[in-house]
Design a protein around this ligand. Structure first.
Ligand SMILES: [Zn+2]
Ligand SMILES: [Zn+2]
Ligand SMILES: [Zn+2]
Length: 448
């Protein structure tokens, strides 16, 4: 694949001391720049999305009755003839007849959910390869040969059964492909919610992992077109710098080492992983409520989030500078608990609790996520929405004015972060929500 167009755009592959090689930037890039735009090789919708979206382009119609159902199997849905024909030609004509009998077969039914999804994806890939002019032959420079050239993951488990495809694939091929699934499948998301899986061999071949990545992947759905992945710079990237993606949620502070080892077969050398290995087992979070409150206050102060003052910008504290008294906040259960408390309290109108837990959660996000990571922006938006709900239920005008200012601040921060990542997936989404809430706050201001 070392042709003139590979790697694409402003990227280059150079040797790396631990990995196969690394992808470096050939230019200086500003935060928000698009580094790569690539079409999917194969995709599969999550079961929960089947019949809601187009199986080919993943578009969400305004009304699901507008989706056209495959008259052969009745199990694939499309925007129109164009999407149907595109998928028919790529793989569906080889599985349309065998899909339903396979789905009710005992061997498929016995699979755990994640393997069911792998089984369908594998069936799509095999059907696609069976339709090559020379079935199952890997041509130089085709995405399929790039897929096979990827390093197999450490998971040696048996490939799940697949939907029968003719001509029958050569022995060993299904297993060989499956060995590349665990470490090379991407979760396709819309507004950060996973809706399907996809294979993007070029992206897999290019980027190494970091828990503090300088870029992130987002997905573009266009009616009638295959799903596209765009890799976006989260911060300014200098010429010659390695470009990394997160292979997993960087907030998985306790389990990421194991996941990276078992699913990908490497140990991460990023500063936060080195730090976590150095400090060893984490201390427990206190069981007493008062002590928990103290931890929360200490964390807010350490990160520099003062909920009583205007937050002009988002502070950026390196995780490695965390004092030992706060190591307990790195427990995954701590973040999970905060996030549960925040959404429950803001849903039930217990605003003091919501704002306290929400600010603590923001501090934690700023500590564990890289600069401009979209989750930080999403949370700032949630904070603004929670405060807006207090505004509309409050009768105290002075308090209302202070709260509106506070909501505006969170909205500015949310926009600043999410503008870098940009829109993805379905129409609407957080950037549109920001615009709507901003409009409400503006008109509330003119009424003051
Ligand atoms: Zn479509
Ligand atoms: Zn069909
Ligand atoms: Zn790491």
């Amino acid at each position: 694949m070392q042709t003139a167009t590979w790697p694409p755009g402003g990227l280059a592959l150079v040797p790396h001391n631990l990995a196969r090689d690394k992808c470096v930037s050939r230019n200086d890039y500003k935060a928000g720049s698009q580094l790569l735009s690539i079409t999917s090789y194969a995709t599969t919708l999550l079961d929960s999305e089947k019949g809601r979206r187009c199986d080919f382009c993943f578009s969400l119609p305004r009304d699901t009755t507008h989706l056209k159902r495959c008259s052969g199997c009745g199990s694939y849905w499309y925007c129109d003839e164009h999407c149907q024909s595109a998928q028919w030609q790529t793989h569906h004509k080889r599985v349309c007849r065998t899909y339903n009998p396979f789905l009710v077969s005992p061997e498929y039914q016995a699979l755990p959910d994640y393997k069911k999804l792998d089984s369908i994806m594998l069936s799509h890939v095999i059907a696609q390869l069976s339709l090559l002019p020379d079935p199952y032959a890997f041509q130089e420079s085709a995405p399929s040969s790039l897929l096979m050239s990827l390093i197999a993951g450490p998971d040696k488990s048996l490939a799940p059964p697949i939907c029968p495809v003719k001509p029958i694939p050569p022995p060993g091929l299904v297993q060989k492909l499956y060995a590349r699934f665990g470490n090379n499948n991407f979760a396709i998301h819309s507004h950060l919610n996973t809706i399907g899986h996809g294979i993007f061999p070029q992206t897999s071949r290019l980027f190494n992992h970091s828990c503090l990545p300088n870029s992130a992947a987002k997905y573009i759905f266009e009616p009638g077109a295959a799903i596209r992945m765009e890799v976006v710079a989260l911060r300014d990237i200098a010429k010659g710098e390695e470009v990394c993606l997160p292979y997993l949620d960087p907030a998985l502070l306790e389990t990421r080492e194991q996941i990276l080892e078992f699913s990908y077969g490497f140990q991460c050398q990023c500063p936060t992983s080195l730090f976590l290995r150095r400090i060893g087992p984490l201390t427990d979070t206190p069981a007493v409520e008062n002590e928990m409150l103290k931890i929360s206050e200490e964390l807010l102060e350490f990160v520099g989030v003062d909920s009583t003052k205007a937050l002009i910008s988002l502070p950026n504290k390196p995780l490695e500078s965390l004092p030992p008294s706060l190591y307990c906040v790195l427990r995954e259960s701590y973040m999970g608990g905060l996030s549960e408390t925040f959404s429950k309290a803001s849903h039930e109108g217990q605003y003091d609790i919501a704002l306290q837990s929400g600010d603590t959660l923001l501090s934690l996000y700023l500590l564990v996520y890289p600069l401009n990571y979209p989750q930080i922006g999403m949370h700032c938006l949630e904070m603004a929405k929670t405060i807006w709900n207090v505004v509309i239920t409050s009768t105290d005008q002075n308090k209302g004015r202070v709260l509106k200012d506070q909501a505006r601040r969170y909205l500015v921060l949310a926009r600043r972060v999410l503008d870098v990542f940009g829109p993805e997936g379905d129409e609407g989404g957080p950037l549109q929500e920001i615009a709507i809430l901003d409009g409400l706050l503006q008109s509330a201001k003119t009424r003051e």
